[in-house]
Design a protein. Sequence first.
Length: 370
Amino acid sequence: MPGVFAEVRDSGRTWRGASGVADVTTGRPVRADMKHRVGSIAKTFTAAAVMQQVEQGRIRLDAPIGDHLPHLVPGERGRKITVRMLLNHTSGIPDYIVYAFPSLQGFPSLPDMSSKSLDENRFREFRPAELIELGLTAPPTGEPGGPTGVYSNTNYIILGQLLERVTGMKAEAYITRNVIERAGLRHTEFPAGPRIRGPHSRMYESFFGLLDPPRDYSVYTNSWVGPSAGLVSTMEDLNRFYAELLDGRIVSRSSLAQMQQTLPVRALDGSTVQYGLGLHEVDVPGCATFWGHDGSAWGAGAMSLTRADGKRQMSVAINMMRWNELDSAGRPQPHPIDAALKSLYGRAMCDDDGARAAEGRAAQATATRP
């Protein structure tokens, strides 16, 4: 791992730390205050924005999405899929990523998979309607409203279009004004182009060992994820955001209670997480229950978790992704980085007595794909 940086808060005390380099060529060190692509952590921001509109009566959680966006989600699907199902990934609409990036469609078969699409799409401007159509035309992952969900970025691209429909603003603009600024975040934004403004690390993609050495994807358009996973932030801002959200200062307490109603959702890496409306629940035996989200982009990963009582917070960023090589069946193989991250999460989230118990479960929130 070239570099890792983090901020941990505990009952009013704050620790910030960084280790390693932001640039493997120059040796420039990472710093704890660097901006970073935080991937699907953006989903909590988008979900909070939707809940604000629910509070204002412009959106009903259990209304069919076709009532608002019949041109994007037409026919029977538009009548069956509700806003809630999009938020908690029970819509049955699959993720579009392997269709937007055709060279990924061989996953997890190494002979058929390549990084070709990552380079071809570096500056491509995807339209939301294009991404939604890719998801809707792919084979469904299940019936709408099932007892378990399947994680899908398509759901949150649709929610971005819903926000635009009911507010008259681009989703990213509405989220900036009503979520990011309301939380008092100073270093969080949806970049307007492929470059990040301000101090940041380069972001290295190993792509399951196929890219050796790992390739720098720090300059990359966010159009392929938008309000689903296109956010840039700092670890300080992420801790502040989740503190504000879980204290009822971004959405109401009743809206927060809706966001914390969870069910099992199969993540893109095949693991199962307890997912609400834009929030993960992470129960660490011997320690505590945490709420938050994780995320990744090409070359960048992040996780932000806050204890249920709000007194302990952890936000961690790493600047290389998909370091595990795959076996012939496409299963990621163990790597020393995995053990190091487990140890870090356990110590950051729990007191010393609970750190060992935390290590195994804390790592479950780490995404291996965007």
